[in-house]
Design a binder for this molecule. Structure first.
Ligand code: THU
Length: 149
């Protein structure tokens, strides 16, 4: 349990981080060499994965988080509980991860499909070194579907 009373078992967090780490090898980053992996947990327990995919036209780059969200939504999922994110520069030893916080565009995409008060964003450095935030904490006053209702 985290401080906000949303049940998130440590075992589940570790599993999501592990899955995010595994995605780093799919990361396509010829321009930045900055590898990011994500593991998105749906409320039904299904996990959707993502990596960042860069492009010669830099703005066409897709972040790991959005890859995971778009894969999930494409497959019919719209209810999400948490996402684990892991990222850092590629070195000779492999990716050297530090906390990698989602970019503004990814936070906006999360806002579309997640309850900002309960959606958990796990920023991992390693399997047992991580921080957990709600979407609201990372995206205060975010604009979302409720604003158009
Ligand atoms: N990136 C992500 O995939 N997720 C983040 O949370 C931050 C940044 C990617 C985009 C680009 O491929 C590389 O990291 C450097 O910005």
């Amino acid at each position: 349990n985290d401080k906000r009373g949303v049940k998130m078992e440590k075992e589940m967090i570790n599993q999501l981080i592990d899955t995010a780490i595994y995605q780093l090898k799919y990361s396509y980053t010829p321009y930045s060499n900055f590898k990011v992996g994500a593991a998105l947990l749906a409320k039904n327990g299904q996990v959707y994965t993502g990596c960042n995919i860069e492009n010669a036209g830099y703005t066409a780059t897709n972040c790991a988080e959005r890859t995971a969200f778009f894969k999930a939504v494409y497959e019919g999922e719209r209810n999400f509980k948490a996402i684990a994110i892991m990222g850092g520069p590629e070195t000779v030893k492999g990716p050297d991860c530090d906390i990698c916080a989602p970019c503004g565009i990814c936070r906006q995409v999360m806002m579309e499909f997640c309850d900002p008060e309960t959606f958990q964003i796990i920023l991992a450095v390693s399997k047992d070194k991580y921080d957990v935030f709600t979407l609201r904490e990372l995206f205060p006053l975010g604009f979302g579907p409720a604003d158009l209702a």
